[in-house]
Design a protein around this ligand. Structure first.
Ligand SMILES: [Zn+2]
Length: 306
């Protein structure tokens, strides 16, 4: 091989080595900023969901007292005035895709069989599913949650939840909160308003996951306001119910995002963490836990131990 051919080959390798990651970055950014809106949650949440162990450093402030997340001595369902012990489960896709991987390696995919096994566990062990309205009554209205409460949430409004999660919930006499981002409703592979209406008529709750599922901490003030207000108004208009909770996309928020959510009229915001104690100061930081299909971990998730 002549020297010039060697040089040419090396140049090609260097250019490819630089171009492939650059192309991947441009393609990803294209989906974030424009592209196909309905593809956003799946791709972005894989990259950006907060690590599950982030909860370890979280502190809760209740009635001026600081308690650590690990100090969970209250039994599930026990209400101490302005504080409850309530596991909040978070699910995304309920489908068999990627089922070959172990549950721990697919946090956003639980198979229909795994989901059904967890719902069966809840029913068999005497758990009662509650809503954000029930949480409000417990934190602000002095009412008690039922013994062994659980708040089941499903994000993004994907049709896989309609096909496999919804029938399983009904079968096991449980209800759940579906967080939909309203731009996706009616698109291929997402819920339609008719499906949401039917689920609502059968006890399910539909709350906001914003309009376009953006990074709220990076949105300008006007965009932030629109994401909060328009998603709430759209669900209320189409379903005729009051929207009181928003799930922050990727669980990302800060004081400005919390203030915008409050100003738009939300009473609660769900974030991502693993803490089962929820106090009056946590309205804009109700911690949900991304629950994988591993049934062996499920009791620990419910108890807040893992
Ligand atoms: Zn989402």
């Amino acid at each position: 091989m002549r020297w010039s051919q060697v040089w040419m080959r090396r140049t090609v390798i260097v250019v490819l080595a630089l171009a492939v990651p650059a192309f991947a970055l441009v393609a990803f950014e294209g989906l974030v900023r424009g592209g196909n809106e309905t593809d956003r949650p799946h791709l972005i949440e894989r990259a950006w969901h907060a690590p599950a162990n982030a909860a370890k450093s979280l502190k809760l402030f209740v009635s001026g007292q600081k308690i650590s997340a690990a100090a969970g001595s209250a039994r599930a369902g026990e209400s101490t005035g302005n504080e409850v012990n309530l596991p909040v489960l978070v699910y995304h896709n309920v489908r068999d895709k990627e089922a070959a991987k172990p549950p721990g390696l697919r946090p956003y995919d639980i198979t229909p069989a795994e989901f059904d096994a967890q719902m069966a566990y809840l029913e068999k062990n005497g758990y009662t599913s509650v809503s954000f309205g029930d949480l409000e009554s417990a934190l602000d209205g002095g009412k008690h949650l039922p013994p062994k409460p659980v708040l089941i949430t499903l994000d993004d409004g994907r049709e896989s939840q309609w096909q496999d999660a919804y029938p399983s919930l009904l079968r096991h006499h449980l209800t759940a909160t579906f967080f939909v981002f309203t731009n996706a409703v009616g698109h291929d592979k997402y819920f339609t308003w008719e499906q949401l209406k039917e689920m609502q008529a059968n006890g399910m709750d539909v709350q906001s996951h914003t309009v376009y599922h953006p990074y709220l901490t990076k949105a300008d003030d006007a965009t932030l306001r629109k994401e909060m207000e328009r998603s709430k108004a759209s669900i209320e208009k189409n379903l005729g119910t009051k929207v009181i909770a928003v799930a922050y996309p990727f669980g990302l928020h800060d004081a400005r995002v919390d203030a915008a959510a409050k100003a738009a009229g939300y009473l609660f915001a769900r974030t991502l963490n693993h803490v089962t104690r929820i106090g009056s100061a946590d309205h804009m930081n109700v911690p949900g836990y991304i629950t994988t299909g591993d049934i062996r971990n499920f009791p620990r998730i419910l108890s807040g131990e893992k």
